[in-house]
Design a protein. Structure first.
Length: 454
């Protein structure tokens, strides 16, 4: 990185950032009391609120959202007449999954091979630290040139919509000229990238019942309808022979027009085992950014250890469907439910319960804010030009903000590049990426303020 006062300041702040990220990662802030106690999320929210107060934020508060979680808000006033920029991150995290599969404890930030490992290090506690670093660098170099609002969500990973509903009920709270969502990531490590599109998502729970109770598989097997087998048939019907998603009536042939994603690069990033093929057809970018994708998230059935020779009377699964821009998540949900009901065999009783939904999102990358970010990234990443990519994940709040504030320019950046392995075991963040993106955000705020004065 070339010599730049802001860049030099951020570099000097990195040891402090590591200490703070370790503190924030230590909270087991999974927004599901069935996994970890609610007190873990409340403690993380207090930590975030205290950090904002330390930086001089006003009106800092933990907002009780309708889904029972807390989002932390704060306001940092800027010069009179300056534009307002909203900075977003979330402090809740995914469950650690198999803790024995972590090389180091998931809630203990650990440095290894030049990366910092821990649940939430990249997604998205590191995103909050990125915002803090950018603001601290500006304060040390003439001051923050815009009004800053910060919102740090407490249930983004659960998809329960608490912050969206709160924002709808208090539309003035998050109003801004521009929004920086710090919850996506660069296409590749070291390649500055803004995310142009997000797939939406619908999530359903499918329950299948066939018998009043389990039966002996020797005495009744061959004629008694097996609920687990029926569920497997339903789930299999959601994919074609090549693995493409097949939901009756849902289009799945769109083409991505933008940054290409080579198959070899994807295999490496996804850590696909040798000899195992990819699923679907078309370019990789088509499949992960422009088309729907179904995933079975979990199945309730007897585990292998301790299983008995029984025909299962009931079985259930949670299924997610990623919905690309150009499709409506509510309509996709209706098609998914209809497909499941139609493809349930043997007259088995099936119930489908929706447990989450978010619309897809498409950003306006031609807006002045993107020009300001491109100029900033050019400095933070010498010799690199800003790229725009899609992202298969979902951030439902983006659509809520776009509807509430149609004139706001929404940018998506973040620390979740492929090596970060977010949502998997051994999640990590690159400290170099944290440093460069913090510089990018600080310079963006300077550039954006100037563009509004012109």
């Amino acid at each position: 990185m070339t010599a730049n006062p802001i860049a030099e300041t951020v570099a000097s702040l990195m040891p402090r950032a590591r200490t703070e990220l370790a503190e924030l990662v230590s909270f087991r802030s999974v927004a599901d009391p069935a996994v970890f106690p609610r007190s873990e999320c409340e403690a993380a929210a207090r930590w975030v609120a205290d950090a904002l107060r330390t930086e001089g934020f006003q009106d800092v508060s933990a907002l009780d959202t309708p889904d029972g979680t807390q989002s932390v808000y704060g306001l940092l006033p800027g010069p009179e007449g300056a534009p307002t920029v909203l900075l977003y991150a979330h402090y809740d995290v995914q469950p650690p999954l198999d803790e024995d599969a972590w090389v180091s404890p998931p809630f203990e930030l650990t440095e290894r091979d030049g990366r910092w490992y821990g649940r939430g290090a990249a997604d998205c506690k590191g995103g909050f630290l990125m915002h803090l670093l950018a603001l601290r660098a500006l304060k040390a170099n003439g001051g923050v040139p815009v009004n800053v609002k910060v919102i740090v969500e407490g249930s983004e990973e659960q998809g329960t919509g608490g912050l969206e509903r709160y924002a709808e009920a208090h539309p003035e709270l998050l109003a801004a000229d521009a929004v920086v969502v710090g919850d996506t990531g660069n296409f590749q490590l070291g390649l500055p990238t803004v995310t142009a599109t997000l797939r939406g998502m619908t999530m359903v729970r499918v329950s299948v019942d066939t018998l009043e109770g389990n039966l002996h598989s020797g005495q009744f097997g061959g004629a008694a309808p097996d609920a687990l087998a029926a569920l497997i048939r339903v789930l299999d019907s959601l994919r074609a022979e090549d693995g493409s998603t097949t939901v009756d009536g849902l289009a799945s042939d769109a083409v991505w027009d933008g940054l290409a994603y080579g198959e070899a690069d994807f295999r490496k990033d996804a850590k696909v085992l040798d000899g195992v093929g990819l699923i679907g057809e078309g370019a990789v970018a088509d499949r992960i950014w422009a088309r729907p994708a179904v995933t079975v998230l979990g199945i309730d059935c007897p585990p292998v250890v301790g299983a008995t020779p029984s025909i299962q009377a009931s079985a259930r699964a949670t299924v997610s469907l990623r919905v690309p821009p150009g499709q409506d998540a509510a309509e996709a949900t209706e098609l998914l439910v209809s497909h499941i009901e139609k493809h349930t065999p043997w007259g088995a009783r099936v119930a489908v319960e929706q447990v989450g939904q978010g619309q897809p999102f498409r950003a306006d990358t031609s807006s002045p804010a993107y020009t300001a970010m491109a100029d900033a990234m050019r400095v933070a990443y010498p010799g690199q030009e800003m790229q725009a990519s899609g992202m298969g994940g979902s951030i439902p709040l983006c659509n809520t903000l776009a509807e509430l504030y149609p004139r706001a320019e929404i940018l998506l950046i973040g620390l979740s590049e492929p090596e970060a392995q977010i949502h998997a075991v051994n999640e990590s963040v690159s400290p170099e990426e944290l440093e460069r993106l913090s510089v990018s955000e600080a310079l963006f705020l300077v550039n954006y303020a100037r563009s509004k004065q012109a």
